[in-house]
Design a protein around this ligand. Sequence first.
Ligand code: SAM
Length: 233
Amino acid sequence: MATLSVIGTPIGNLEDITLRALRVMAAADLILCEDTRVTRKLLERHGLKKPTLSYHAHSKLSRVDEITAALRAGQNLVLVSDAGTPGISDPGTALVAWLRREMAAQIKDGTLKIEAVPGPSALSAALSIAGVSCADFLFLGFLPHKKGRETLFREIAATERTVVFYESPHRVIKTLEALAGHLDPGRQVTICRELTKVFEEVVTATAEELLAYFGAHSDKVRGEFVVIVHPKV
Ligand code: SAM
């Protein structure tokens, strides 16, 4: 039986990897990864030496012939991204969809298994420590830079749900300005920055207060961010 194991990997702290993830990677014939240098660091940290193949595609198919041939030959492949869970605003979705469609017969007769080896995600890590209701939340991935951005902010302001999205240090101030312009006064926002890393930080305040905070601490406008807009009260 061939397998494609989709593995969640650390979002910062290289110790955040499961025993199963290490075992599956150690047994794999090939590791499909976003940036081979990033994945090699993780492998080295855990004493693994494995062949890697770069796989960047989010929504287009790439290297599908090589990958299909390897799976048809009964190989065990692993798909990882640079950090977190593949497919969550990361490469892999189109590949998994294609395999589920084109190799449906093999999946059905048990000669191919596509399995999840769950691990970290910035999404679940942020929600787990923000102390915000997430019984019902809307995850937006990365916000669009131009088209549809304004409409989306209006929707975020209108929804009663918790809203979560990813943000880069280059855009976080612009995004906070837009939130300040759209959200009801007093609506809380949590910023989770550099999770699992040395400068991990969680700050909850209104968008205006967060703008003042980051204005006063420009050294903190760096790293990786998850933004959580609290539900309307
Ligand atoms: N697939 C990944 C996951 O499951 O978390 C997300 C990949 S996406 C390309 C990268 C974005 O995730 C970053 O821009 C940031 O918004 C968020 N992110 C990743 N690592 C993070 C961390 N350690 N702390 C805060 N946010 C993080």
